[in-house]
Design a protein around this ligand. Structure first.
Ligand SMILES: NC(=O)c1ccc[n+]([C@@H]2O[C@H](COP(=O)([O-])OP(=O)(O)OC[C@H]3O[C@@H](n4cnc5c(N)ncnc54)[C@H](O)[C@@H]3O)[C@@H](O)[C@H]2O)c1
Length: 342
């Protein structure tokens, strides 16, 4: 897509901030909407330090439709990338209504305002968790694998995909791509941007890093009785910079065909929790102790992508391996041992 104005919801978050960097480096002008409920505004200062450009920032909740409407009225927006959501599987089983409100309500609000302003390009952050506990023989998972959400988070993403699909049917001018990310980890190679969750990390890599720096005593491995090679859950880890580039590829090709498309972003490589722990220990030079606990409700044994569609249709492919992911996460942690200082 030629340089354009792109509105990014959740642009202050982990994947959003890396994508804002990639967009600005490609010449796009970026408008960020973020309520900073799960991120620090400092991430956007770091985006400005890397790119030399401060994106326009509106600190608001997506469910505040009048405020969102004013943002759309103030900028000639060409496309929207929608990251803003709650994203933790375990937490979603504890507070499902919050997940429905933010993820489903926020997406409905955004679609309404886009419709009012005639904005017809949308890239949506979806998730491999939609596939749920698919039959092991369907791994690697293609986009045609059946959706079997096993927790409120995954279900909320599935509902959002369905809403976007329906909106595209009702409004044929709307073009939308749902990117089903597998497990983004790593950090910007500068060490300025990375994953900095509020409170106790619910994702594996920041937890591993906090054990290395002594902020956490040990890693808890949830389940060592899965039907995998070492009994721990297997995921497809992908460098966050590759995920960010996937959004640029999606924007470049959003006008190729009408309607709603679903595309996986993963590497096709499965790595177990214990194998990632070992890789992180090698990258950091620190042992990482762990204990085993019961499986978490809603978790599944293995999720590994067949990412050939993004490569076939867009020429996109991941450039980074697990060593890069651990190295960059560690660089961010070393440079920001307490995260972004809030
Ligand atoms: N990180 C992963 O492992 C992963 C995997 C698959 C899909 N995803 C999806 O990618 C997207 C981004 O994930 P992330 O890892 O960057 O998460 P994140 O928590 O770092 O970023 C989410 C951002 O959205 C903002 N936000 C949340 N609710 C909002 C609201 N109501 N209004 C405005 N802003 C709001 C937060 O403040 C934060 O800046 C999410 O939609 C998530 O579901 C993430």
């Amino acid at each position: 897509m030629k340089p354009s104005v792109v509105l990014v919801t959740g642009g202050g978050g982990f994947i959003g901030s890396h994508t804002v960097v990639a967009l600005q480096e490609r010449g796009h002008r970026v408008v960020v909407v973020d309520d900073h409920s799960t991120s620090s505004p400092i991430a956007l200062d770091r985006v400005a330090a890397i790119t030399g450009i401060a994106p326009a920032l509106y600190s608001l909740d997506l469910n505040d439709r009048p405020a969102l409407d004013r943002v759309f009225a103030a900028h000639p927006i060409d496309a929207v990338i929608h990251f803003a959501a709650r994203k933790a599987v375990g937490e979603s089983t504890e507070i499902p209504l919050e997940y429905f409100d933010v993820n489903i309500g926020g997406t409905a609000s955004l679609l309404r305002v886009m419709d009012v302003h005639g904005i017809d390009r949308l890239v949506f952050s979806s998730s491999c968790s939609i596939y749920g506990d698919g039959a092991p023989d369907s791994i690697p998972l293609t986009e045609t694998a059946p959706a079997r959400p096993t927790n409120p988070y995954a279900w909320s993403k599935w509902v959002c995909e369905q809403m976007i699909d329906q909106a595209c049917t009702l409004h044929p001018r709307l073009r939308a791509i749902s990117l089903r990310y597998f497990n983004p980890i790593g950090a910007h190679p500068s060490g300025l941007l990375g994953e900095d969750p509020l409170g106790e990390p619910r994702n594996l890599m920041p937890y591993l890093m906090q054990v290395v720096t002594g902020r956490r005593a040990e890693l808890t491995v949830y389940g060592q009785d899965y039907p995998t090679s070492d009994g721990s859950a297997v995921r497809d880890y992908i460098h966050v910079s590759d995920v960010a580039e996937g959004h640029l590829a999606a924007l470049d090709h959003i006008d190729d065909v009408p309607g709603h498309r679903v595309v996986n972003l993963g590497t096709g490589q499965g790595t177990s929790v214990l194998a990632l722990r070992a890789a992180a220990a090698r990258a950091t030079g620190h042992p990482i102790s762990y204990r085993v606990a019961d499986q978490r409700p809603g978790d599944v044994a293995a999720l590994v992508a067949d990412a050939s569609k993004a490569h076939r249709d867009w020429g996109w492919q991941p450039r980074h391996d697990l060593i890069d992911m651990c190295r960059d996460a560690w660089k961010f942690t070393r440079m920001n041992p307490h995260g972004y200082v809030r």
